[in-house]
Design a protein around this ligand. Structure first.
Ligand code: HEM
Length: 480
């Protein structure tokens, strides 16, 4: 401080003194007072914000809202963080974003609210423009991102196709080709796996180009039965064919819908299986029982060490279906989903919803709510899905892994069939063991990938090991 300015202070300040030492002390004192005031203000804001935690679930900071807590949550497992808040807040809480941001949203895992959202008031909760605009680059106008007419048209066309006998026949056949001619040999030679993944990126473009070429050759279109061919044959509202961009969106959406969801679910399933050897044993015994029924009603049947399961046999695998559902309950391939509030509304639990706000339903958290699944909600227990040995599905609003209402996953039955087929072919032949020390944790993404993938060693089951499982089915004598 210059002498001039201290001199100036002596005039303007009633506490001033002509003694420079006293004047400096008083000046410091005044600064300390300001500092104290600021500290007191900060303490008041902090206490006020933290006290709001009790009411709102998280501290609410001036201007920043709940953003600091979200930033903290993002450093760890965000899904667990959300589950914890939701269970403290009885299943629903309102996230307050920073001032002037569009992050305000209601987050719920209450089955009553989810049923309201997905079924009872379906048309009042579209996907909405906010998410559509943010995901446009990836999803375009594809079924995942669309509402109203654009959605309805794709849903109807795809639904007819998915339920056609020709499509079912094709999928059964292609699964055989994919699993027995490609996957199992690739698992034996891991080098090939990297090469196969490399080709996936250009898939959509190449797929459309080839199909167009085929269709330009007269009569070729009638030979194919797949979704892309069906859409290529359709006309838009103006009577023209769909643009390449729209066809690309359809391809990407259906590849995303069907490919990553099932493969990610299988990764979590295999990881859970290793930690629950008693479940693995029950799956093996179930498969052996089914194989034993092939001939002679189980008596004196020859053991099949390289079985190809038929559709009817896959259907009989109730325990395997229960184990896959249990994996999807704990690690749903789509961990959170969203809607936009079209008009003011009230949730069945009394939560008020304002037009334009976002609603997020936390599918991961729903699978871990004691109120929904009971005290053992965090245990991997396929038995919870079985009644007298038969698989019993749960309400889509409790088990939301496949969504519910008019936008229920179109590929649900196909996904179960596909996952059961792949899991049965692998589990029967190999023990899947994660590489020691490999870290397994979820990634923050639209699909519940494993952050570092799942590195595994496959250990071939020996003939004598398989014989032991067969022996178990003969010992207990029960039928499937
Ligand atoms: C484990 C496997 C699967 C899971 C967990 C799953 C889950 C879901 C979920 C949560 C949705 C709702 C997404 C949203 O609206 O935001 C959905 C929609 C959809 N899924 Fe799946 N899915 C799986 C497999 C499949 C397969 C194999 C196919 C196709 C072959 C498929 C086709 C679709 C389609 C077309 C939709 C859009 C439905 C609509 O918006 O009307 N899914 N799925």
């Amino acid at each position: 401080m210059s002498t001039n300015s201290s001199y100036y202070l002596t005039f303007s300040d009633p506490f001033s003194s002509h003694d420079p030492l006293v004047s400096r002390k008083l000046f410091l004192l005044r600064n300390v007072q300001v500092l104290e005031l600021l500290l007191a203000l900060f303490a008041f804001i902090a206490i006020h914000s933290l006290r709001q935690k009790k009411h709102y679930g998280l501290p609410v900071w001036p201007f920043l809202g709940m953003l600091p807590s979200l930033a903290f949550g993002l450093r760890g497992n965000i899904y667990e963080w959300l589950t914890d808040i939701l269970s403290r807040q009885n299943g629903t809480f309102h996230f307050r974003g920073p001032c002037f941001s569009s992050l305000n949203s209601t987050i719920t895992c209450d089955p009553r609210n989810v049923e309201h959202l997905l079924k009872n008031r379906f048309s009042a909760f579209p996907k909405g423009s906010y998410f559509r605009d943010n995901l446009r680059d990836l999803l375009g106008d594809g079924i995942f991102n669309a509402d109203d007419e654009t959605w309805q048209r794709q849903r109807k066309t795809a639904s007819i196709e998915f339920h056609s006998a020709k499509f079912r026949q094709l999928t059964t056949h292609s699964l055989y080709e994919l699993v027995h001619k490609r996957l199992l040999p690739v698992l034996e030679a891991s080098k090939m796996l990297k090469e196969s993944i490399k080709g996936v990126d250009d898939f959509a473009d190449e797929f459309i180009r080839t199909r167009k070429k085929e269709m330009s050759l007269e009569g070729e279109s009638t030979k194919r039965s797949d979704l892309l061919t069906v859409f290529m044959g359709l006309r838009d509202e103006k009577g023209g064919s769909f643009s390449d961009k729209f066809l690309r969106d359809i391809c990407v959406n259906f590849i995303l819908a069907g490919r990553d969801t099932s493969s990610v679910a299988l990764s979590w399933f295999f990881w859970l299986l290793e930690m629950n050897p008693e479940v693995e044993e029950k799956i093996m015994v179930e498969m052996c029982k089914i194989l034993r029924q092939r001939d002679d009603n189980g008596k004196g049947a020859k053991v099949d060490y390289e079985p190809v399961f038929g559709p009817e046999e896959i259907k009989k695998m109730n325990y395997l279906q229960a184990a896959l559902s249990e994996a999807l309950r704990l690690y749903p391939s789509v961990p959170v989903d969203h809607k936009e509030v079209q008009e003011d509304d009230v949730f069945p639990d009394g939560t008020i919803l304002k037009k334009g706000e976002k609603v997020i339903y936390a599918i991961y958290a729903m699978g871990r709510m004691e109120a929904i699944w009971g005290k053992d909600c965090r245990e991997f227990r396929p038995e919870r899905w079985l009644r007298d040995g038969r698989f019993m599905s749960e309400s889509a609003y409790k088990f939301t892994a496949f969504n519910g209402g008019p936008r229920l996953c179109l590929g649900k039955d196909f996904a179960y069939y596909q996952m059961k087929y792949v899991a049965a072919a692998i589990v029967y032949r190999h023990k899947v063991k994660a590489v020691e020390g490999h870290k397994v944790e979820p990634k923050l993404a639209l699909t519940m990938y494993m952050k570092h993938g799942l590195l595994v060693n496959l250990i071939n089951r020996s003939v004598s090991e398989i014989d032991q499982y067969y022996a178990k089915t003969i010992d207990d004598g029960s039928s499937v």
